[in-house]
Design a protein around this ligand. Structure first.
Ligand code: SAH
Length: 349
């Protein structure tokens, strides 16, 4: 029998699950508190030993375990490799900012979106993560950071996977991570990044959650976008921008456009002009990301001077923009690179 993942359950669902094993009404509260701390069932020492044994047969507390940890010597960024109950591996990044720690979270094992520059998608999607496997990353990292007096303050759904391609589990995760009985993290401190699945973006706008929506635009028009993102063949930029506008209207929050600068593809000044033209009047911010070159792809970042010029051109056109600071450059901080190397090493012992 496959064991239930307790971290996937809401407090009410947890109470229902436990009722069959132990009639005491306070068990759910006790177990919920342990789950939020990232404890295993064996560690839930205020439960009777017999209950712990029965629970352990039927359930796992946290399905996510940290298998490896790499610390950047440059900027204190930590790259994590996690293992799931079925042996699959996912990765995460903890970035230390002056206002607290930000955790970059994965939502799928692999990805099927096929973006040309991304290492997470090279072997396609293996499977979706459950809500508990997303929350499990948060509690595992919180537990790891606790010894330094730190905790997860912000979450960005920017690890491997397309969160809106795993819609229901991602929505459940957002409600769990925000719930006072679990990690109680404000959704204002959460960003969800999508490559632009417009039907799901529209549905997400209607959820009424104060999450920051990041949209991977990466281009000023459809022709350039199709060179980098296969999803652009399904949804036009006009459609993406109109879904973005709906999100701003529904939530009152500005959206973030991510724009990876790729040499020879999308970073000339005419591209900045066209982008500014397209974004005019939309409450947004543009995050420029000099491409993180991936070994398997023949794509490269532009020069530093080109990045600066692109930024200045957007600013001159009154578009709010910044260049994202590169972090963890010495520990394969970019999407999907670490998991990929480990999988390759498994193949060639
Ligand atoms: N699937 C989601 C979130 C995951 S990726 C999405 O597409 O938005 C998070 C961000 O990193 C996306 O903007 C993605 O396009 C970008 N990204 C992926 N690989 C990159 C690379 N090699 N260099 C720069 N940005 C990259």
């Amino acid at each position: 029998m496959e064991r239930a993942q307790l971290l996937s359950l809401t407090q009410a669902e947890l109470a229902g699950f436990l009722r069959d094993l132990d009639p005491a009404p306070f068990r759910a509260k006790q177990v919920g508190q342990w789950l939020a701390r990232g404890a295993s069932i064996e560690e839930m020492t205020n439960l009777p030993a017999a209950l712990r044994a029965r629970l352990a047969e039927r359930a796992v507390a946290n399905p996510v375990s940290i298998r490896e940890r790499f610390c950047s010597k440059i900027d204190d960024t930590q790259k994590l490799l996690y293992e799931l109950p079925d042996g699959n591996l996912i990765e995460g990044v903890v970035m230390r900012y002056h206002y607290g720690d930000t955790l970059c979270l994965s939502t799928q094992v692999g990805c099927r979106m096929g973006c040309r520059f991304c290492a997470s998608t090279l072997n396609g999607r293996v499977r979706d993560l459950t809500a508990g496997e997303m929350l499990g990353q948060v509690v595992a990292v919180d537990r790891m950071l606790a010894s330094d007096g730190r905790k997860v303050h912000n979450i960005v759904l920017m690890g491997s996977g397309e969160p809106l391609d795993n819609y229901e589990n991602t929505m459940k995760f957002l409600r769990l991570v925000n719930s006072p009985e679990r990690t109680n993290i404000s959704l204002r401190n959460v960003s969800l990044s999508t490559c632009g699945l417009t039907p799901q973006m529209r549905a997400f706008a209607k959820e009424g959650l104060p999450v920051t929506l990041s949209i991977s635009l990466h281009a000023p028009n459809d022709a350039v976008r199709k060179r980098l993102l296969p999803v652009a063949n399904a949804y036009s930029m006009e459609d993406v921008l109109s879904a973005a506008r709906e999100y701003v209207d529904a939530t009152g929050r500005r959206v973030i456009f991510e724009y990876a600068l790729v040499k020879g593809v999308n970073c000339e000044l005419r591209h900045a002009d066209e982008l500014a033209q397209r974004l005019r009047g939309l409450r947004c911010h543009v995050n420029l990301i000099p491409l993180n070159a991936v070994r398997e792809r023949d794509l490269h970042p532009p020069t530093r001077a080109d990045v600066e010029a692109f930024l200045r051109r957007l600013e001159a056109r009154r578009i709010s923009a910044t260049v994202r600071r590169e972090m963890g450059a010495d520990i394969e901080g970019a999407c999907g690179q670490l998991r990929r190397r480990v999988l390759e090493q498994r193949r060639e012992p």
